[in-house]
Design a protein around this ligand. Structure first.
Ligand code: GLC
Length: 481
């Protein structure tokens, strides 16, 4: 069973999960309203208020995910055994006892960490916001928490608060900052939930007695107090809270206690992974792009650049810049955001292949960002791929096989066509629902007009012999409706 199926199998095997990856398999999110014990802002705001609250996020289109924590010390290997799964799950996957895992903390002194450089990297990549793991499933807080001493300030020689340094740099450099928080799973705090892996047995799926305890005690003495710290101690931030892996323990009543906190920060954007029937603001397809997006719903595809969120020393399977750029364009053409992950190592250093790719994507966006930022999805009804008649994909659905000819994004009267496979002679589309008044290539500084031929809805734009970019050349169509 490969890693992806394993993590889906892990989630689906869970008898204790009310949230599962099935929810992310491109299925339409359930729109029926739910009577929440505490109404969330999504239950009470008007559509206009919701649009205003989501505006910056929708315009941003591209963000940086940062998975950085104590798991970067083992970096995928423990006592000579390599994990075959994602690096930040090593404690669960290799059944590392709590005491052994906590013993990593005194080794963690990431003096190579530079908030300035990471925020500058995000900006050079063209990313408009950052979401960093404040506390992952391992329970280790990457911030100065007075709630639990198992944190980077109190338990390590580093003694600095990376979230505070990032918040200061993001304010200086004009990048928005969000926090990922694992509100339900916690593998080192007594009572925290644990998703089943390997031979771990229910109902707790714990592998160390030190993990046993009462979930409400964990919720009230760690999870909720730390969420409060994160919401109040970092100035203008967070603007996003990224919850993860809710289990059956996260009942509507318990989730409502967290929602009551979130409601005190009415501009906050939060995702669909709190649990307790709260849908939040965004769908969160993970490691895939939903073939049709989520019409009528904000969504964000989160992806790794290699195969792990948290650093693994031996995972060098990095996606090409072409793949990353195609993903960004494909996602934007479907109305979504791309949250692309970096995994700093135990010294706080971002792996060079990740820096290289981000800078290359940023180069493209410097020239063509107008076709991504502030755009909405395509106006064309042209399939972007086919569903396999033989192969099954996620959620046992027919596998979607994308084609990489072109995509399109929209901004008012401009229609952008991001062309991957340069056509011979002209760009043609049978059904252009608008009148094209002029056309040019975005990367052509002179915006030299291109010949437009439109007969009814059939459209042809004469193109030069060569593309202007090896990965994607943007054709701009000025239109009237
Ligand atoms: C999954 C993993 C978690 C990771 C998240 C990112 O939920 O459990 O480790 O942080 O995906 O989307």
């Amino acid at each position: 069973m490969n890693r992806i199926h394993r993590s889906i199998a892990t989630a689906l095997l869970l008898s204790s999960a009310s949230w599962s990856y099935a929810q992310l398999e491109g299925s339409k999110p359930d729109a029926t309203p739910v009577n929440h014990p505490v109404p969330a802002i999504q239950d009470t705001e008007t559509p206009a208020q919701h649009d205003a609250r989501m505006q910056w996020w929708r315009e941003a289109r591209f963000g940086m995910f940062i998975h950085w924590g104590l798991y970067s010390i083992p970096a995928g290997t423990w006592k000579g055994q390599r994990t075959t799964h994602i690096g930040e799950w090593i404690m669960n996957d290799l059944s590392i006892p709590v005491a052994d895992y906590k013993a990593f903390a005194p080794q963690f002194n990431p003096t190579g960490f530079s908030a300035h450089d990471i925020v500058a990297l995000a900006r050079s990549a063209g990313m408009k916001y950052i979401v960093i793991t404040a506390k992952h499933h391992d329970g280790f807080a990457m911030f100065d928490s007075k709630v639990d001493p198992f944190n980077i300030v109190a338990a390590t020689p580093f003694k600095r608060d990376p979230l505070r340094e990032l918040a200061e740099e993001c304010k200086k450099q004009g990048v928005k900052l969000g926090f990922y928080y694992s509100q339900d799973q916690d593998w080192t705090a007594p009572g925290g939930s644990a998703y089943k892996t390997g031979s771990h047995v229910g109902p707790t799926f714990h592998w160390d007695k030190a993990q046993d305890g009462d979930f409400d005690t964990y919720l009230h003495t760690k999870s909720i107090p730390q969420i409060k710290e994160l919401l109040t101690n970092y100035g203008d931030f967070p603007v996003v809270v990224w919850f993860d892996t809710p289990s059956k323990n996260m009942t509507p009543a318990r989730a409502a206690e967290i929602v009551a906190l979130l409601n005190q920060h009415p501009n906050l954007i939060w995702n669909n992974r709190l649990g307790g029937t709260y849908k939040g603001d965004t769908e969160t397809p993970e490691q895939f792009i939903p073939p049709q997006g989520y019409p009528g719903r904000d969504w964000e595809s989160c992806m790794t650049m290699n195969d792990t969120w948290g650093y693994k020393s031996f995972d060098t399977n990095f996606k090409s810049t072409e793949t990353l750029l195609r993903n960004l364009i494909d996602i934007a053409s479907k109305g979504g955001n791309y949250l692309l992950n970096i995994g700093p190592d135990s010294h706080g250093i971002v792996p060079a292949p990740e820096i290289e790719r981000l800078q290359q994507v940023g180069q493209w966006l410097k020239v063509n960002g107008e076709a991504i930022y502030g755009t909405t999805s395509t106006i064309f009804d042209v399939p972007t791929g086919t569903f396999s008649t033989t192969e099954k994909g996620r959620g046992n659905q027919p596998k979607f096989i994308p084609t990489w000819n072109w995509r399109s994004t929209t901004k008012a009267n401009k229609v952008y066509v991001e062309i991957f496979t340069w056509p011979n002679g002209s760009f043609h589309v049978d059904k252009m629902p608008r009148k094209v008044t002029s056309a040019y290539l975005l990367a052509d500084k002179t915006h030299k007009p291109l010949k437009v031929t439109q007969n009814g809805s059939s459209l042809d734009i004469e193109l030069p012999a060569k593309a202007l970019d090896p990965i994607a050349t943007v054709l701009v169509l000025n239109t009237s409706k």
